[in-house]
Design a protein around this ligand. Structure first.
Ligand SMILES: NC(=O)c1ccc[n+]([C@@H]2O[C@H](COP(=O)([O-])OP(=O)(O)OC[C@H]3O[C@@H](n4cnc5c(N)ncnc54)[C@H](O)[C@@H]3O)[C@@H](O)[C@H]2O)c1
Length: 383
């Protein structure tokens, strides 16, 4: 199958990601069927799609005619068989549980046309494990959008052990067709690219909480001038529960080093999870926290975090997860990370500077995750 043969898309799940992915494909001129288990979830998804389209209309990015025309290409149903019977490309965005995803994929395999490609928007689960629930592992791909999917450009297109190159190519081409920036992940590996590169930063925050200094505000104040959201503030925004679960997941599948510190776990147990509960590291009850820049620590600066990211990115190259450093740069820029690619940034700053920063972190917290890789030490990557 080729991308031109894909006429009809089905999206399974109408939640935060499912509705955004549906909106993105509607805006990309595709016919989309969106499926959820109850009508009320579909109604919420439809309302969210309309809310996104309203914003585009207000900003003049969508004409009233295009708005109506895009919505007219959307159908919704609670019946899975009905949803996928004519679909050429199906994207699953149901909750992040392996058994649930496997049962959905077994059904998709049963009811979707034989030629259809089955894609999962999983953040972390192995594509190979999901594909094992089907008899068409060659047609199962990872398809990782970023939140909000209607706006964020990056789509990680992930190869499972048995995925064919043809299926990857179709996923890649249709992502491009709807104006996204696809990046191919050659090997099914924890956190794929974007989340993997960012996880050591979360580990550093976890360790800083453990030793008790600097405080989240002192730390954030050093980053706030150059980041729209400082690191601890971002964890509060996304949810302390999500951050702790992420660390636990990486501890299970990648390295014990990631095990969240008791101090981090304590926030989880207290129920203060950040913005959504009104309190986390900061008080959010009156809106975004005000960070006092005069409190900035001198112990850490942005190059420490860049060093952690570049070092982790070199592991992706050494492990064969990605074969071209420019693809990592593309992913980091379009996933919302940095305005400039990571390796481009490293060239500008200079590898010896970053290596020294990494060593400072390693000397404080001697964990394997923080150890410089061979590629990092050589410092020869050019993009
Ligand atoms: N939220 C994010 O920032 C984000 C980013 C990237 C990837 N993801 C991944 O996307 C997936 C979905 O996450 P979300 O945040 O949209 O979750 P969500 O809870 O907002 O939405 C999930 C939806 O799936 C529906 N659902 C449950 N079982 C179903 C089934 N059998 N068939 C159809 N629908 C079913 C639920 O009713 C719900 O509406 C997860 O795998 C998650 O890891 C999430």
């Amino acid at each position: 199958m080729k991308a031109e043969d894909v006429k009809k898309i089905a999206v399974i799940g109408a939640g935060d990601m499912g509705h955004g992915i549906t909106a993105a494909f509607l805006l990309g001129d595709y016919d989309v069927v969106m499926r959820d288990i109850e009508q009320k979830f579909l109604d919420k998804g439809i309302a969210s799609i309309k809310a996104s389209f309203d914003k585009f209309k207000e900003k003049g990015k969508l004409t009233p005619e295009a708005y109506d025309e895009a919505l007219a290409r959307l159908t919704t149903t609670v019946d899975l068989q009905e949803a996928v019977k004519e679909a050429d490309f199906i994207i699953e965005a149901v909750p992040e549980k392996l058994e649930l995803k496997q049962s959905v994929f077994t059904d998709l395999d049963k009811y979707a046309p034989k030629h259809a490609i089955l894609a999962s928007n999983t953040s972390n689960i192995s594509i190979t494990d999901i594909a094992s629930a089907t008899k068409r592992a060659d047609k199962v791909i990872g398809y990782h959008f970023f939140n909000p999917a209607v706006l964020m450009k990056l789509v990680e297109v992930i190869k499972g052990e048995k995925t064919s190159d043809e299926s990857i190519q179709v996923g890649y081409d249709i992502a491009q067709k709807i104006g996204k920036v696809p990046v191919i992940v050659q090997k099914d590996s924890p956190g794929f690219i974007y989340n993997r590169v960012n996880e050591p930063t979360l580990l550093l925050l976890s360790k800083i909480l453990e030793v008790g200094h600097p405080t989240p505000e002192e730390f954030d104040a050093a980053f706030k001038p150059i980041m729209p959201m400082a690191p601890f503030e971002l964890v509060d925004y996304v949810g302390i529960d999500i951050a702790v679960h992420g660390l636990n997941y990486f501890a299970q599948v990648l390295s014990e080093d990631y095990k969240p510190s008791d101090a981090f776990e304590a926030y989880l147990k207290s129920g203060n999870l950040g913005k959504k509960t009104g309190k986390g590291f900061y008080d959010w009850s009156a809106g975004r926290p005000k960070i006092d820049l005069s409190k900035a620590t001198t112990e850490y600066d942005p190059n420490h975090l860049i060093a952690l990211q570049v070092n982790e990115a070199t592991k992706l190259l050494e492990e064969g997860v990605v074969d071209d450093p420019r693809q990592i740069d593309l992913a980091m820029v379009n996933g919302g990370g940095t305005p400039v690619g990571l390796f481009a940034l490293a060239e500008g700053i200079g590898y010896p500077v970053l290596l020294a920063k990494l060593e400072e972190i390693y000397n404080k917290f001697p964990l394997n995750v923080f150890k410089a890789t061979k590629t990092m030490k050589e410092g020869k990557i050019k993009v």
